[in-house]
Design a binder for this molecule. Structure first.
Ligand SMILES: C[S@@+](CC[C@H](N)C(=O)[O-])C[C@H]1O[C@@H](n2cnc3c(N)ncnc32)[C@H](O)[C@@H]1O
Length: 450
């Protein structure tokens, strides 16, 4: 028996009253902070419906718990035990909804996004904007919370990926299941397509990957029978999910260099089917009414959104020029016949002259312009949350100074926001783990439109 009774307390459960059970595996201080604010700001019923960090409230399991529970992501048999254990331990953080489709670099941590949306005060029926949505984490998460969203990204590939991940929350899956039995043919079909990319109108604001997609080919793809398909939307949705799986397999084969894309495709397609089925079963079991997600290709510096119309903005900009999103996605972008140098001229962090200093100056001006647009579209009193880390190593080389002396991008964001009527109300700090990352900290900066 321990003499010091305090050691018998269960920390961090003791931070909350009886009946409030935290999600297993909360390891980080910022997660406990967000859980605390969820508890303070949401009613017990709201916590059951939308909390990110509670597993049970008053003996009732939360929707988040039910969305995540069950088998973790289906991984192909050849996956390493390291990869399997990663997915198992992350089941409540990342392994739910359709977030598991496509590993986009720089993607948000979805459970954190849910917590932030809650503490920003957004409720079902409100509208949130992510002006640099990348793979669509905010639109997917908002939909799962019954919140409407507008998602924008300069990259047509991101437009396609986000649309597909949102659609996958509710699309029919019968033909995807049939395609799994035909996976070699499906792969060959897209492989032939990669040599003659989908041509599309690059000026079009709404991304439409199937503009030139031929119905006949899609029928051949997804059904062994030659019976005509009557449901055109289903054809398009199936096509998009299969295409995303194809692009995923090519990217994975390039990174791992162990198996060919064709060998990987079958397992990836099976995983996609499993992810969608698990998400859709949980959505119907927990009776979620999905929020509408309007995703498009556009420019965060010039949003086609009405002034004072949005209840919250949440985004993560490129961390100056830390990641070259065009080089990373070049295969995928070429598949959509995107003019890469034209896109580079619109991408924040990649624009500007050849000298890194010029690029940085351009980045600052662009981030300022994006924050000005966020302030314009927000309703007064509402919040704009920016998640940002600092690439101090690269910046210290440019400024010929020590890493400690570099102005953090989070500080720059606060400064630029203030120029446009956005006032700092709260800031959280989060550590970044993983050997491949040179950044050690990321900040959640919450600004309010005054
Ligand atoms: C850090 S990533 C966002 C990742 C995203 N939060 C997610 O969960 O996947 C930054 C994104 O900004 C986009 N971007 C860069 N310049 C842009 C611009 N001018 N307008 C809109 N999006 C832009 C990039 O294409 C990239 O997807």
């Amino acid at each position: 028996m321990c003499k010091n009774n305090s050691l018998n307390d269960n920390f961090p459960a003791s931070l909350f009253p009886d009946g409030y059970e935290l999600i297993p595996d909360l390891k980080e201080i910022y997660e406990l902070q967000l859980a605390y604010y969820e508890y303070k700001l949401l009613s017990p019923q709201e916590l059951i419906e939308n909390s990110a960090f509670f597993a049970e409230v008053g003996d009732k399991p939360t929707r988040h718990f039910e969305l995540c529970a069950g088998e973790s992501l289906y991984l192909p048999g050849h996956s390493s035990s390291k990869r399997k254990s990663f997915f198992e331990s992350n089941i409540f953080h990342t392994g739910y909804g359709t977030h598991g489709l496509f590993p986009y670099r720089g993607k948000f941590h979805p459970q954190m996004i849910k917590g932030i949306i809650n503490i920003m005060g957004l409720k079902p029926g409100d509208t949130i904007l992510d002006p640099m949505m990348g793979s669509g984490t905010v639109p997917v998460e908002a939909s799962l919370m019954g919140i409407n969203s507008l998602g924008v990204d300069a990259s047509p590939f991101c437009g396609f990926m986000a649309r597909t991940k949102v659609d996958a929350l509710s699309m029919p899956l019968d033909r995807v299941e049939k395609a799994m039995a035909n996976s070699d043919k499906v792969f060959d079909y897209f492989f032939r397509k990669s040599n003659s990319p989908i041509t599309r109108n690059t000026k079009a604001k709404k991304f439409n990957s199937y503009d030139s997609f031929r119905e006949e080919e899609s029928k051949y793809l997804t059904s062994k029978s030659t019976a005509p398909c009557s449901d055109t939307d289903e054809t398009k949705l199936t096509h998009n999910l299969l295409l995303l799986a194809y692009l995923d397999s090519v990217g994975y084969a390039e990174r791992s260099k162990q198996k060919s894309a064709k060998e990987l495709f079958k397992g990836i397609l099976q995983r996609y089917y499993f992810v969608c089925k698990k998400a859709q079963d949980a959505i119907s079991k927990t009776r979620i009414t999905l929020g509408n997600a309007d995703v498009s290709v556009g420019d965060a510096r010039e949003l086609e959104v009405e002034s004072s119309s949005i209840n919250g903005v949440l985004f993560s900009p490129p961390y100056s020029f830390a990641i070259d999103y065009i080089e990373n996605d070049s295969f995928h972008l070429k598949f959509f016949d995107v003019d890469l140098s034209d896109l580079r001229n619109r991408m924040i962090g990649l624009r500007g002259g050849r000298l890194l200093l010029d690029k940085y100056e351009c980045y600052k001006a662009d981030l300022g312009q994006a924050l000005k647009e966020c302030a314009r579209v927000l309703k007064p009193g509402c919040l704009c949350t920016i998640i940002i880390g600092t690439n101090s190593s690269q910046l210290s080389t440019i400024f010929k100074t020590s890493k400690e002396q570099v102005q953090g991008l989070h500080e720059l964001t606060v400064e630029l926001g203030a120029d446009h009527g956005l006032k700092l109300v709260k800031q959280f700090e989060r550590s970044i783990h993983g050997m491949s990352n040179t950044m050690r900290k990321e900040y959640i900066v919450m600004l309010q439109k005054v």
